[in-house]
Each structure stands twice: as structure tokens, then as C-alpha cells.
Design a protein around this ligand. Sequence first.
Ligand SMILES: [Zn+2]
Length: 182
Amino acid sequence: MELSQEITEYIKEITRNCYKPNTSLDIFKLLKNLNIEFWTSDMNGQSDLSGAIVKEKDDKFTVYVNSTDSEKRRRFTICHEIGHYISYKCNSYSKQEFETNGFIEDNYSVLARITGTISPAEIEANQIAAEILMPEIRFRDLISREYSIDEIAELFDVSAQAVKIRAKILGIEIGENKFAAC
Ligand SMILES: [Zn+2]
């Protein structure tokens, strides 16, 4: 799945001032810019629930992340949830998801990130998360300058695994020697 042009342009616009000088995304600045409320929660001990985004009727959004997950996983999860928000704003997959598949109660809708859940809205949210954490242009630039997987992971403040998945999705061959972790 490729992100639509509308989404990639929207991402550029909202993240413009959110990257720290060292390259990594300032997630809290982005949440603030988008006026999304943010909470950590132990999810009542539900360890397969890494995060969720709640949309209220008046389009007020709140992101929750599982406080027991590792710092890097929480970072990815928050961006995944922001991904649902971006998709909603751009009338993409999460829009229908919020309107039909969310657990609708009186006046709010919830999308939860549960291990193993696969749907176009979830795949798209993961891709948006990868793009805002590791923008393609900057990612390709670091690869072409022969940074290692670990160095790239450190610059973007993501896991080495996330860098490998990003490279695979962008169709970038990872030479075992060149990019192998030291
Ligand atoms: Zn999700």
C-alpha cells in the first residue's frame, strides 16, 4: 500500500516544525500542534493492547498508550494513533473505521491497537507512523551516506527493527555487512 499524495502532503505540513536538530521527531510537539490530548495507561493489564485513539463527536481526539511497553514501542504506537487521526482528516481508511468499526457508544468512537490486528486502516496507520518517524527523503539520504542500521535507529529514536522494516517497505536492500549491527 502506498500512502496517498493527500496524506504525504498533509504529513509534511503538520510535521514541518516538529523535528529536533538531531533528526528525531518531537512527538509531544506534534500532538500539541494537532490539539490531540495524550495519556498513558496500564490498559487494565491488557498487555496486547498497545494503544488507542478516541474520537469524540465534536472531533476532539485523545491518544492512549500502554505505559508498560518499552519507550521505543510507545513512540511507534503514539505515531500509529496519530496515523489514524491523519487518515481520518484526509478521508482515508480510518474515516470509515471510526464511523463503522469503532466501538460506538453514545458519543465517541475508539480504534484500538491490539497485537495481530490487520486491516487496511491498521496497515495505513503503521505506514504513516513510519513516515512521520523516519521521513523517506531523510531515510534514503542516511542510507546513501552509509549510516548503519543502529546509527539510523539512534538518529530517528526508533528500534533497529523499525529501521529494517522501513528499509524493506521502501525496497531498499540491506547488505548484511554494510548495515549489520556492530
Ligand atoms: Zn490502529
